[in-house]
Ligand binder design. Structure first.
Ligand SMILES: [Zn+2]
Ligand SMILES: [Zn+2]
Length: 240
């Protein structure tokens, strides 16, 4: 197979809209880093928000990077789900649902950090006042139903982590929700993890960097980006 069949990607990157991310994680800097690394696909997956995605998509297009509209949603059960969509419109429709279900709390910048929106010149233009990184009122099944209705794909995030993962919070992956792909953290060896959890054999996995710093982008277990093989591409083809 040639490289076209095996695109390198990083599908889990936080921008400066996520309070936990470094302030240098502007869309422009993220795209530039992706260009430097030769990544083909990236996704900005901010917590419960897509506020920087439109600008990021424009910058990505101008730089030959394919940006998949995405979000890292936190469900009522405190499970983190990576939600991917085939269009910005679908993501923004989903974001409207998420924000209706986001408890209304103000971000305490001293405690959590800044939540910054940027413009096409990659300059900070506004702050998001609502606290974003918290459990929404959407249950796991409601979240998946909404994403599926918008022809999106849900991939449970960092399933190997004890906190905010589907296994950590629920102890299992419900079999009736159409989940086919899981994400394993970049620092965990997937083969070792799947040996310890043989019941997860039925799932394909991706590894994202979960970048909060520019230097983490592309560190997805594989060197410089996770490689999407043909089977995975088929499973998540709806978002490409
Ligand atoms: Zn997470
Ligand atoms: Zn994350």
């Amino acid at each position: 197979m040639n490289r076209k069949d095996n695109p390198r990607c990083d599908l889990h990157i936080h921008s400066c809209l996520s309070a936990c991310a470094d302030l240098l994680m502007t869309p422009g800097n993220i795209i530039q880093q992706a260009v430097n690394l030769g990544l083909e696909y990236i996704a900005i997956t901010d917590h419960n928000s897509a506020g920087n995605t439109q600008v990021a998509q424009q910058l990505a297009q101008a730089n030959g990077i394919k940006l998949i509209p995405a979000m890292e949603l936190e469900t009522r059960e405190e499970v983190h789900l990576l939600c991917y969509f085939s269009s910005l419109d679908a993501l923004l429709e989903f974001e409207a649902i998420v924000h209706e279900n986001l408890p209304s709390l103000k971000n305490d910048e001293r405690l959590f950090g800044y939540q910054l929106l940027t413009d096409i010149k990659d300059e900070y233009i506004a702050k998001e006042d609502r606290l974003l990184a918290m459990a929404t009122k959407l249950s796991l099944s409601e979240a998946i139903e909404n994403v599926t209705n918008l022809q999106g794909v849900v991939i449970p995030a960092h399933v190997d982590r004890p906190a905010n993962s589907i296994l950590g919070q629920l102890g299992f992956i419900p079999s009736d929700m159409g989940i086919q792909v899981i994400e394993i953290s970049r620092n965990t060896d997937p083969m070792g993890f799947l040996r310890v959890h043989p019941h997860l054999d039925q799932y394909r996995y991706i590894q994202g960097s979960d970048s909060h710093y520019l230097t983490d982008i592309g560190r997805c277990g594989n060197t410089e980006g996770f490689i999407l093989d043909e089977d995975l591409l088929k499973l998540i083809s709806v978002i490409f």
